[in-house]
Design a protein around this ligand. Structure first.
Ligand SMILES: Cc1cc2nc3c(=O)[nH]c(=O)nc-3n(C[C@H](O)[C@H](O)[C@H](O)COP(=O)(O)OP(=O)(O)OC[C@H]3O[C@@H](n4cnc5c(N)ncnc54)[C@H](O)[C@@H]3O)c2cc1C
Length: 382
C-alpha cells in the first residue's frame, strides 16, 4: 500500500518517488535470493551512491544531499520495506560518516568527508567488542602513540556491519585508562596493513549484510586520522548513536509496513468458511491493530526527526522512537505470519523473513532495555 507521507516540499516528494522506483527495480527483485545465499550486494550500494541515496542527510557543500532527517528517514523506510539489510547498510554508512562530519577538523572535512560522501565509498562503525556491547565504556582495543608520532592500534572489534566489505572504518579505541575520557575516535582506511576481518557471522536474518569481527594487529593510524580530541570518542559514539537509532526506527517501520501490506493482500484473497479471511473479525481486527501500530510508530520517529532538524535536543525522543518502532516491527511481523497461517511459516512468502529481520532491530544500536534505561534517566532528571 502506498504510504501517505507528510513531506516538506515538492523536491522531497520527488525524492520519495525516485526512492520507490529504485527500490522496486533494484532492491525488491534481488532481496530474497541474496538473503537466502547470504551474499553482500555491493552493486546495490553503488546504485544508491550514484543516485545520491547513500548520503542524503549531509550538507551539500561536502557532497551530501542536504536533506532534513525527516525526509532521509522516510527514504530509509521505503528501502527497508523492500530489503532491510540494504537500508541498515545505508544507516550504518551514515553513522560512520557522522564522526568526521560533526567532529572532524576543517582539514578533515575537506579531505576525508568528500570521499566518505562520494557515493563510491562505504563505511563501517566499530564500537562494540565481544565483552562491550551495551556498555561501550568497557572497550579494551587500544591505540597508543609510536615513536614517529602516529597511533598504533591493537585489539578486536566485534559485530562490525560491513566488516571486510567497507572502504573505511570509524573505530573507537582506548587511548588511556581514564574511565570517562579514555576512548578516542579514528578514521581507518580499509587497506591499512594489520587490519583484517574475521569470517562473517552466520545470522538469523539480515543474512546479506556482512557482520564480522575486525582485528587490529598493530595497525598504524596517522595522527591526522584522529577525529576530535583524544578522549572524546565516547561522546562522538553516543552522539552518532542518537541519530543512528532513528535510522533503525525507520528501518523497523519499513519492515512492519511490508509485513502489513503482504498480510492484507493475502487476507483479501484467502477464503475460509465461504468468505475472505479479512472479513472474519478475528483477522480484520488483527490487521487493523497492525496498521494502527505501524502508523503510530512512524509518527514517533518523525517527531524525533523534526526536533533534530530544528536543532532541539532529541535523545529521549530517539530512544522512544527506537523502542516503539522496533517492538512494533516484532509484533506486526509475528502477526503477519499468523494471518498467513501455514503459508506464513515457509519461504514462498516473505513474512517469515520480515519476522527474522525485525528481531535484530530490538538488539543493535542499543538494545531496547538500554533504550528504556535512557528514557528512565531522562524521567529521573539525571
Ligand atoms: C547483526 C548485528 C550487527 C551489528 N552491527 C554493529 C556495528 O556495525 N557496529 C557496532 O559497534 N556494533 C554492532 N552490533 C553490536 C550490537 O550493537 C550489540 O550486540 C548490542 O549493543 C548489544 O550488546 P551485546 O550483544 O554485547 O549484549 P549485552 O550487552 O551482553 O546484553 C545482553 C542482554 O543484557 C541486557 N542488558 C545489558 N545491560 C543491561 C542493563 N544495564 N539493564 C538492563 N538490561 C541490560 C541487554 O539488553 C541484552 O538483553 C551489531 C550486532 C548485531 C547482532
Amino acid at each position: 500500500m502506498k504510504v501517505e507521507r507528510e513531506l516538506p516540499s515538492g523536491e522531497a516528494h520527488e525524492l520519495l518517488e525516485l526512492t520507490v522506483d529504485i527500490a522496486d527495480k533494484e532492491l525488491a527483485p534481488r532481496a530474497a535470493e541474496f538473503e537466502e545465499e547470504g551474499r553482500f550486494p555491493r552493486e546495490v550500494f553503488h546504485v544508491l551512491g550514484e543516485t545520491g541515496l547513500l548520503t542524503l542527510p549531509f550538507a551539500e557543500d561536502v557532497g551530501g544531499g542536504g536533506q532534513p532527517y525527516a525526509v532521509y528517514l522516510q527514504v530509509l523506510e521505503e528501502l527497508a520495506a523492500r530489503w532491510a539489510a540494504v537500508a541498515v547498510g545505508v544507516s550504518v554508512h551514515t553513522l560512520s560518516c557522522h564522526a568526521v562530519a560533526s567532529f572532524g577538523s576543517a582539514s578533515q572535512r575537506q579531505t576525508l568527508l568528500p570521499w566518505q560522501l562520494s557515493g563510491t565509498a562505504l563505511g563501517a562503525y566499530c564500537l562494540s567488542e565481544e565483552h562491550a556491547g551495551s556498555d561501550p565504556s568497557a572497550i579494551r582495543a587500544r591505540a597508543a602513540h609510536d615513536d614517529g608520532g602516529a597511533w598504533v592500534a591493537r585489539g578486536t572489534k566485534a559485530w562490525v556491519t560491513h566488516g571486510g566489505e567497507a572502504d573505511f572504518y570509524t573505530a573507537f579505541l582506548r587511548t588511556s585508562d581514564d574511565p570517562r575520557n579514555g576512548i578516542s575516535c579514528f578514521h581507518v582506511d580499509a587497506g591499512s596493513p594489520g587490519l583484517s576481518a574475521g569470517a562473517p557471522e552466520r545470522k538469523m536474518g539480515l543474512r546479506s549484510s556482512t557482520t564480522a569481527v575486525m582485528n587490529f594487529d598493530d595497525v598504524r593510524i596517522p595522527e591526522d586520522r584522529l577525529i576530535g580530541e583524544p578522549g572524546q570518542g565516547l561522546r562522538i559514539a553516543l552522539s552518532a548513536l542518537d541519530a543512528g537509532r532513528l535510522g533503525i526506527a525507520a528501518v523497523a517501520v519499513g519492515i512492519a509496513q511490508a509485513a502489513l501490506d503482504h498480510a492484507v493482500e493475502y487476507a483479501r484473497e484467502r477464503r475460509t468458511f465461504g468468505r475472505r479471511i479479512i472479513e472474519h473479525q478475528g483477522v480484520g481486527f488483527l490487521l487493523a491493530d497492525m496498521a494502527a501500530r505501524t502508523e503510530a510508530a512512524r509518527a514517533t520517529y518523525l517527531v524525533a526527526a523534526r526536533r533534530k532538524d530544528s536543532g532541539r535536543p532529541f535523545s529521549r525522543q530517539a530512544s522512544i522512537a527506537k523502542l516503539i518502532a522496533t517492538d512494533t516491527a516484532m509484533a506486526v511481523t509475528t502477526d503477519a505470519v499468523q494471518v498467513l497461517g501455514g503459508a506464513g511459516y515457509v519461504r514462498e512468502h516473505p513474512v517469515e523473513r520480515y519476522m527474522r529481520e525485525a528481531k535484530i532491530t530490538q538488539i543493535f544500536e542499543g538494545t531496547n532495555q538500554i533504550q528504556r534505561m535512557v528514557i528512565g534517566r531522562h524521567l529521573a532528571g539525571s
